[in-house]
Write a protein that binds this ligand. Structure first.
Ligand code: F0G
Length: 355
């Protein structure tokens, strides 16, 4: 039987999305990302749970942002916009640039100077975005683009644009479709807090529509040096190795707290060391290479294992938000120099340590 092709999140979930029927859809066939069962990882961290990774790094531009961008750019182009703008720690910029190119629009991306991973920058460059690097952080960049979008003919495509959240909620639909039930727990990183908002929206809608019978507890994790929600105040100078979530004043702060409270979940924080440990463990025990920020949810799961919040037998999903190739610099900083030998079998044999 021929395999039916995936049509992108809009065509696959159209009845659940606020879309005019005559809109031309802008898509790179995002979505349909793997939900990987991870028994080796569960064993490795000593947890008797049914553990899955939703690997969003396998979207077209390598992060979950493609879902929301398909919706936001579709809406923008069909209402006649010709230019997009966003603030970004990198992934939103890459996705906005790619979808703008796909739609024949211009993209302006405003980024914190010196704190965007190489892979993400290279994407924005190649897709022809105009990159504006500011001497400031993401929060300042977001404030600037919000003002710019009010004043100039540029459409704002950060997650304060409700179409972004609409698109991103499809990841929760996919998790339920893939599991044929809602998970008991959903772990994910929290930065600007759009994604936890979107997942919760998706889970609630699927339950209310009768597709599944339950909803997960939402477990979101900020980086310790950028943990405004956990600390209860804006962090003026956020710092973390996980540059994607280096955010001190999240736009969807209240929605994230609502997701936590309504789901009986948690928003916690993890240190850079805990993030890096989870990042390395995923790559080395499961063959899944995500970017550092993406590992924050798994780091939260590992950190919390002793407090017993996740009972044995639970179905646990962690979202890995972006691909490891986005940030080769951080990956390479984890290891020493490669072994270098003359091109001879005897030298190779020595290096093999098995000969
Ligand atoms: N993981 C990655 C890889 C991200 O790029 C982001 C956010 C998050 C997690 C957090 O998601 O903001 O919805 O809570 N990146 C944004 C950007 C800020 O500009 O690419 P969130």
């Amino acid at each position: 039987m021929p395999m039916r092709s995936w049509r992108g999140i809009i065509e696959e979930y159209r009845p659940h999305l606020p879309l005019e029927s005559d809109w031309q859809v802008v898509t790179l066939l995002e979505g349909n990302t793997p939900l990987l069962r991870c028994d080796r990882l569960a064993d490795g961290i000593g947890m008797d749970i049914e553990l899955y990774m939703k690997f969003e790094g396998l979207n077209p531009t390598g992060s979950f942002k493609d879902r929301g961008m398909s919706m936001a750019v579709t809406q923008a182009v069909n209402e006649g916009a010709t230019a997009l703008i966003c603030a970004s720690t990198g992934n939103t910029a890459a996705a906005a640039a790619a979808y703008a190119a796909r739609a024949g629009m211009r993209a302006f991306v405003v980024i914190p100077h010196g704190h965007v991973a190489t892979g993400k920058l290279s994407q924005a460059v190649m897709h022809g975005a105009r990159i504006i690097s500011i001497d400031g952080n993401f929060d300042q960049a977001l404030e600037l683009v919000r003002q710019a979008a009010e004043r100039y003919p540029v459409k704002l495509v950060n997650s304060v644009n409700p179409f972004r959240i609409q698109g991103q909620k499809t990841a929760a639909f996919e998790v339920c479709d893939q599991l044929e039930q809602a998970p008991d727990f959903h772990f994910l990183p929290v930065g600007n807090a759009g994604n936890i908002t979107a997942y919760w929206k998706g889970y609630v809608e699927y339950e209310q529509g009768g597709t599944v019978n339950g909803r997960p507890r939402m477990m979101g994790y900020e980086a310790e040096g950028a943990a405004p929600i956990v600390r209860g105040h804006v962090v003026e100078d956020p710092q973390t190795i996980a540059t994607a979530i280096r955010i001190g004043n999240p736009a969807s702060w209240q929605q994230a707290e609502a997701a936590r409270d309504q789901s009986d979940g948690e928003i916690g924080m993890v240190s850079d060391a805990e993030i890096v440990a989870a990042y390395r463990l995923l790559a080395s025990t499961e063959g899944i290479f995500c970017e550092p920020a993406s590992a924050a949810g798994v780091a939260g799961l590992i950190k919390g294992k002793t407090d017993g919040a996740v009972p044995p037998g639970s179905v646990v999903v962690c979202t890995l938000t972006g691909h490891g190739l986005k940030d080769p610099t951080t990956a390479l900083a984890q290891v020493g120099e490669a072994v270098r030998v003359p091109a001879a079998l005897e030298n190779l044999a020595e290096a093999l340590e098995v000969a």
